[in-house]
Design a protein around this ligand. Structure first.
Ligand SMILES: *Cc1c(COP(=O)(O)O)cnc(C)c1O
Length: 393
């Protein structure tokens, strides 16, 4: 008998080296460093995802998440995938073929939301402003006056430009035309003031790894009653199985129903443990205190950057405390500074799209929004700048 070998067999693949990731201070646009308590929680005993303990934990996580979003929306849960999947869940369920949507675009993530809405089958009209600016609600009003839309979408904290969109005026204009309001709060939930119900936002999506302070892997969303009515009134099923809200709530538990759980997918148990602990930390601290902590850390960062002669890209009134987009000082090789900084164990990011090479993106989020950590970041940045030939003015 002859044996034929096609390529290496599994026995011949050598075992890879042991995992040994370096320690990093994560001041990029995400992920941020999780609180040690979150990482600890993720190592708790594994149980089955339909174990009564886990089912109770799912309910608890939904309750906590409602607290973090400041909403009474029953339909509030973490999608088992990153923040992008949360936003896509909203677009794929609220919109269907033939619907009309107006998406405000102030940067890369606005474009991405528009693309998701198109893929959901909607006729999308984009209202765009130049990088670094925020949308003027009057532009949205003008677009809706021309032709109504089922949904108005926008990004609260545009991570590519560092500009923060005031929420209330956007909701006001959308409601004037009876449109649903969808918001990307991926870089703001648990870092910037958000009160979903008081604001009247119909659907919002965030992520686990930025201001919430857990590792990446979950996309928390909240869908209000007006939006759920639209979901229930769909003419066709969403063009997605994994992100179908109707199926997801047969698993996570539908209000008033028997609350029996139908298997949909296996919830990422360890991620949910970590997320639960992150929610616990947020609610222990209190949202107001947490928002204030992010603001204080941001102000300390801006003061330190100012001493280094580094200015912020957006105008003062438009800045997000959580994501600081700053102008690269003239005469320095921006990529070399970032490389050197990373060599010192500190991460920040470069610009995306039209801002590539022109700006750095410095996130001050979650556990990192503390003065000593901001000071460590500033000290390392100054050292990296000097090492790259930069001189204080
Ligand atoms: C980070 C980010 C996303 C993407 O989130 P992921 O968790 O990476 O999928 C979406 N929108 C905004 C505004 C972001 O900053």
């Amino acid at each position: 008998m002859t044996t034929m070998t096609i390529g290496p067999t599994s026995e011949k693949t050598p075992a890879p080296p042991k995992l040994n990731p370096p320690e990093r201070l994560l001041f990029g646009p995400g992920p941020s460093n999780p609180d040690p308590r979150v990482l600890q929680a993720m190592t708790a005993n594994q149980i089955g995802h339909l174990d009564p303990y886990f089912v109770e934990l799912m309910d608890q996580v939904m309750r906590s998440l409602r607290g973090v979003f400041r909403t009474a929306n029953h339909h509030t849960l973490p999608i088992s995938a990153t923040g992008s999947a949360g936003i896509e869940t909203i677009m794929m369920n609220l919109l269907e073929d033939g619907d009309s949507a107006v998406i405000g675009v102030a940067g890369y993530f606005g474009h991405r939301m528009a693309e998701m809405a198109r893929r959901a089958g909607a006729d999308v009209r984009v209202v765009e402003v130049p990088s670094g600016q925020t949308l003027d609600p009057a532009q949205i009003d003008a677009e809706l006056k021309k032709k109504p839309a089922k949904l108005v979408g926008f990004v609260h904290a545009e991570t590519t430009t560092g500009a923060c969109q005031p929420i209330a005026p956007m909701v006001e204009v959308a409601k004037r035309y009876d449109a649903l309001v969808a918001m990307d709060c991926v870089t703001s939930l648990a870092g910037l003031p958000i009160d979903l119900d008081a604001l009247g936002v119909d659907a919002a999506g965030s992520c686990s790894q930025k201001c919430i302070g857990a590792p990446p892997g979950l996309g928390p969303i909240s869908i209000g009653p007006r939006a759920m009515q639209a979901v229930q009134a769909r003419k066709s099923k969403p063009h997605t199985w994994y992100l179908d809200l109707a199926l997801l709530f047969q698993y996570w538990g539908e209000e008033r129903a028997s609350r029996s759980r139908a298997f949909h997918h296996t919830a990422p148990i360890a991620m949910i443990y970590g997320f639960h602990e992150a929610m616990r930390l947020i609610l222990e601290e209190g949202l107001e205190a947490r928002w204030a902590r992010h603001q204080t850390a941001h102000e300390a960062l801006v003061r330190g950057l100012d001493k280094l002669g580094i200015s912020l890209f957006p105008a003062p009134a438009d800045r997000c405390a959580t994501i600081n987009v700053v102008n690269v000082p003239t005469g320095v090789d921006e990529a070399a500074v970032r490389r050197r900084l990373l060599g010192m164990g500190v991460e920040m990011s470069g610009g995306l799209g039209v801002l590539a090479g022109k700006v750095w993106r410095i996130g001050v989020m979650g556990y990192n929004a503390q003065i000593p950590r901001v000071e460590r970041f500033l000290g390392a940045l100054e050292e990296a700048l000097r090492a790259e030939g930069w001189k204080a003015a």
